[in-house]
Design a binder for this molecule. Structure first.
Ligand code: MSP
Length: 654
């Protein structure tokens, strides 16, 4: 099995931002997933360095286009490792090998009569670096760049794209997976319902010098898209003279491109018709995602509302940033970025669900099985089978979703098992089993099953959060790099008797910050006259009292049943009681109930707590949560509880 995944090559007129990083994280994740499945996989990214935009940016910066391209290309290359993005090839369109391929392709198509000289007059958008049709304009403006295109009339070379229109329609219609998700396929087919114009592929050097010269007319350079799209082939050592070599033979038949919807037309129309004219098979699949927006507006350099990937890594760690991008965005649709959204996801999914499961399990190994992996159980009951089947099914579901680029759903499948495992702890109450020596085999079985579930969870996570998976494997003493074929089934990998231990936690909780630190406004606003960085971003909106919350918001609250096992008054406080609760682990909660309940009265009561509040110090005591209570208009207070007998401590309230 083989796989070849690419990102667009990014223009070097802007530094990397979250939009670029997302595409690169997606490609890296897919590449890691394919390797996990045992594929020989290749991942290519790079920079697009010719064209009007770069020449203009270089002039603005008073340096040569090449020096400018070197600088910004270096920023992209240096940024990716911070996000654990590991391409096999980083291509630049100023590389000699690439320029040579472009020259040869141009000559070949010219010789074949597919490139012709002609006059043209049209509406040119500098931002898109292409002519737009009247139909593409919204209120006379380019919808992506909000600028009116220029009317340009000049003689140029044209690629006879229209010749391949019927073939392309048939090809897209008979290959439903060629452009995904389906909405973009439909968009392309709708566009192709109108006659295609031929594609202008040159610029006179009187207008643009920063490009690859046409081999058959040195008064012209090639159009930036014609140059750029060929990177996908030149990076594989493709040679139009038939000397392409192994990389091309191996990887081109499985080529998959990831792009955002801004560059759908060049990838879904120009590129396949170019390939057809060149006699090269079409790529396998084109995956199109939506935009990262800030307050409903596309994040982009020209607007200046960008989020810098390195700021994200600094605030949330590489794995935290990657997790957020892949979990928050439904591939194909737009998503909004805010620091608040990242902190919420991080705290609820990573610190609470996964982090707690891992630390609770490790704490139990330490306490109940002398810090070592117990032997695999010889018997299993119904809930063991349920957990085991769910873990096995998780791997299958994950593979299906990852293959469809439905990353958020792949992660959802993993989180279902994390929830189930957290529930398994509550249902089996290992702390109760530990009280009875006769129940030792059952206790060991429960702990083994939890460790095995964690081992299996780390496998799919590797593609998304490589550092976390590596840490989990290291702690569990499981060999990496991972392989779904040999390690993707229940049992047979953990070594009993191995000592396992977790120092600290996988994901320390994040504090919410007032301002969206990661969002940068336009460079002009970024610095004050004194050169100090100003916080110009808006504070996250305050929650309005009594306003509706979404179900997803509600789900972030970790409400649990807790047993109060001890209580005492806090000195010098009329209002506060210090409670020791089990939920199911022991924690201290400071509650403002001393005026209504004595310590003796509350011990033995079952209450409902909010378990995922950040710890807070009250009268010198650290409170790890909050007890819920109801107060009537006359000021009477009653602790909230669950009805219908005793529910195990730690049970979720939902
Ligand atoms: N150089 C061309 C691509 C040539 S590929 C043969 C180009 N470069 S670009 O720097 O503008 O990059 C566009 C791509 O960056 C998008 O397709 C997407 O992958 C990513 N994104 C840039 N802004 C984005 C968002 N706000 N949201 C999501 N992705 C975005 O076009």
């Amino acid at each position: 099995m083989k796989s070849y995944i690419t990102t667009p090559i990014f223009y070097v007129n802007a530094q990397p931002h979250l939009g670029h990083a997302y595409t690169a994280v997606v490609a890296d994740t897919y590449n890691r997933f394919k390797k996990l499945c045992g594929s020989e996989s290749r991942f290519q990214t790079g920079t697009d360095e010719h064209g009007d935009k770069i020449a203009a940016a270089a002039t603005d910066n008073d340096i040569t286009p090449q020096a400018y391209a070197d600088k910004i290309s270096g920023m992209f290359r240096d940024c990716w490792p911070h996000l654990l993005i590991e391409p096999d090839n980083f291509i630049r369109t100023t590389d000699d090998a690439h320029k040579k391929v472009v020259g040869k392709v141009l000559q070949k198509l010219y010789d074949a009569g597919d490139i012709v000289f002609s006059d043209y007059s049209g509406l040119y958008c500098q931002g898109c670096e292409r002519f737009l049709t009247e139909k593409e304009l919204v209120d006379g403006l380019c919808p992506d760049h909000q600028k009116a295109p220029e009317e340009v009339t000049e003689s140029n070379y044209f690629f006879k794209m229209s010749k391949y229109q019927d073939w392309l329609i048939r090809y897209i219609e008979s290959n439903p997976e060629f452009i995904t998700p389906a909405r973009y396929r439909n968009e392309v087919l709708a566009f192709l319902a109108e006659p295609l114009e031929d594609l202008c592929i040159s610029r006179p050097i009187s207008r643009l010098t920063w490009g690859i010269p046409l081999p058959f007319d040195n008064n012209f350079v090639t159009y930036v898209w014609f140059d750029a799209l060929l990177n996908y082939l030149s990076g594989l050592g493709y040679d139009p003279d038939g000397e392409s070599g192994e990389l091309f033979e191996k990887f081109w038949p499985v080529a998959e491109h990831v792009i955002a919807k801004d560059i759908l037309k060049p990838h879904a129309i120009f590129w396949p018709t170019m390939l057809k004219a060149m006699g090269v098979a079409p790529y396998r699949r084109l995956h199109v995602h939506g935009y990262w927006n800030i307050n409903e507006t596309k994040m982009s350099k020209s607007i200046g509302n960008v989020v810098r990937p390195l700021d994200m890594v600094e605030e949330y760690g590489a794995d935290g940033a990657r997790y957020f991008m892949l979990r928050e965005m439904s591939f194909g649709l737009d998503s909004s970025f805010s620091s608040e959204a990242v902190v919420n996801r991080y705290n609820s999914d990573l610190a609470n669900d996964l982090g707690n499961l891992f630390s609770r399990t490790m704490a139990m190994v330490k306490k109940f099985t002398d810090g070592v992996v117990p032997a695999p159980p010889l018997e299993k009951n119904e809930i063991d089978s349920q957990l085991q089947d769910a873990a096995d099914e998780m791997i299958q579901e994950y593979c299906r979703r990852m293959d469809d680029f439905a990353f958020h759903q792949a992660l959802r499948a993993v989180w279902e098992v994390i929830s189930l495992a957290n529930k398994y702890i509550v249902e089996n109450a290992p702390w109760e089993l530990a009280k009875d020596a006769a129940k030792r085999p059952r206790l060991e079985a429960v702990i083994y099953n939890l460790l095995e579930t964690l081992r299996l969870i780390a496998l799919p996570l590797h593609a998304i959060m490589p550092q976390t998976a590596a840490k989990m494997w290291e702690i569990l003493h499981v060999p990496g790099p991972a392989d779904l074929k040999t390690q993707g089934q229940w049992g047979g990998v953990l070594v009993s008797g191995t000592s396992v231990q977790l120092d600290g936690s996988l994901f320390p909780r994040l504090e919410k910050k007032g301002a969206d630190k990661a969002v940068k406004n336009s460079p002009k606003q970024e610095k004050s006259a004194q050169g100090k960085v100003k916080k110009t971003a808006k504070k996250p909106a305050k929650t309005v009292e009594n306003s509706a919350v979404t179900f997803a918001d509600f789900q972030r609250y970790d409400l649990r049943v807790a047993n109060i096992v001890a209580a005492e008054k806090i000195k010098k406080s009329e209002r506060l009681l210090k409670l020791t609760v089990e939920a199911p682990e022991q924690r201290t909660i400071v509650a403002g109930i001393a005026e209504y309940y004595s310590p003796e009265e509350v011990v033995g009561k079952q209450v409902i707590i909010v378990a995922n509040l950040p710890p807070a110090k009250l009268m010198g005591v650290v409170s790890q949560g909050m007890v819920l209570a109801a107060k009537d208009a006359d000021g009477h207070l009653a602790l909230s509880t669950v009805s219908g007998g005793v529910i195990p401590a730690g049970s979720k309230v939902a």
